[in-house]
Design a protein. Structure first.
Length: 315
């Protein structure tokens, strides 16, 4: 064998070894499946805030009960009922405006829809509320649109022309986060709807044809804080290219959007992973969205899809 031939072989071997090393390093960076027992512990702690019992461990190890069956068991438990209620309460904090409002009402309604296995879109469209005893109570004396028409949701955030209310709504239920504009010291701005629509610095948020804050705020025009203005007629308003009048129409519009679906999926994902879904996880999102659709928007089915997914049982 010639010297040149030996050098060529050695260079080829070195290149192959380098490629194998890179592949090995990449494999170490990827999440690796965890043993079923570890996944059971994780699921039990997340859904019940308790570790699995010796009896549950024995059932898993004997093959008597699968991880999917344990997910159903945990989701039907009183412990999960308590854990998930805390998930809801985090969405509706107290403010200086809520001292005289029923701060728990939106959480009770969301939790009821989850635990009763109702269509999750009812958080935007329900014509009932849930009282302190956990009982469903029909609303017949005023327009009703799930949590949107609860006194807490209407009264906890105030501001000029309902703009702060609209900004919170966009973040929570459409996943749209607007960037505030920094004004020059002493700069005066006409803050009327027409004034901001004609201001190049402000028009992108306030009069955008898809998600304009001022148009969205018109859906709540007939409310003064938590109270509906007597004799007021809901004006026409537009959000996400759909037109309606009043909060009942807004709830119906938003509940039918992909934006609402994605924020709902992210809500439960974040409770279980401690972070938002990343852009790079679009395939995982698609799997969860499929499970959500197939269940006809049952949130418990969505939670089960999350905790039985390969991504959840990885480390």
């Amino acid at each position: 064998m010639t010297r040149r031939r030996r050098i060529t072989i050695l260079v080829g071997l070195a290149a192959s070894a380098g490629a194998m090393a890179v592949a090995w390093a990449q494999a170490q960076d990827r999440p690796q499946p965890m043993p079923d027992l570890s996944c059971l512990r994780k699921m039990s702690l997340d859904l019940t805030h308790r570790g699995p019992t010796d009896e549950q461990i024995a059932r898993l190890e004997s093959g008597e009960t699968t991880l999917e069956a344990f997910a159903d068991e945990f989701l039907a438990s009183p412990e999960f009922a308590a854990v998930s209620y805390d998930w809801m309460r985090r969405e509706f904090p107290s403010t200086d405006k809520t001292m005289e409002l029923d701060i728990e009402e939106p959480s009770r309604l969301m939790h009821y829809i989850l635990m009763e296995d109702r269509d999750w879109r009812e958080i935007m469209t329900a014509t009932y509320t849930v009282d302190a005893a956990g009982m469903e109570v029909p609303i017949t004396d005023r327009p009703a649109a799930g949590i949107l028409t609860t006194p807490y949701y209407l009264g906890s955030v105030t501001g000029s022309l309902r703009r702060n209310w609209a900004g919170r709504f966009e973040r929570q239920f459409a996943g749209i986060v607007l960037t505030p504009v920094t004004l020059e010291p002493g700069e005066m701005v006409d803050s009327s709807r027409d004034g901001l629509a004609n201001n190049p610095k402000c028009a992108g948020c306030h009069s955008h044809p898809v998600h304009g804050i001022d148009s969205l705020a018109l859906f709540a025009e007939c409310y003064d804080g938590p109270d509906r203005v007597e004799g007021c007629t809901d004006p026409q308003a537009t959000f996400l290219l759909e037109t309606g009048a009043g909060l009942v129409d807004l709830g119906r519009i938003v509940a039918a959007t992909n934006e609402f679906k994605s924020t709902s999926i992210n809500f439960f994902f974040k409770r279980l992973f401690g972070r938002d879904l990343a852009r790079e996880e679009s395939g995982y999102y698609s799997d969860l969205a499929h499970a959500f659709n197939e269940s006809e928007f049952r949130a418990r089915a969505l939670v089960k899809a999350i905790v039985t997914s390969p991504a959840y049982c990885s480390r």
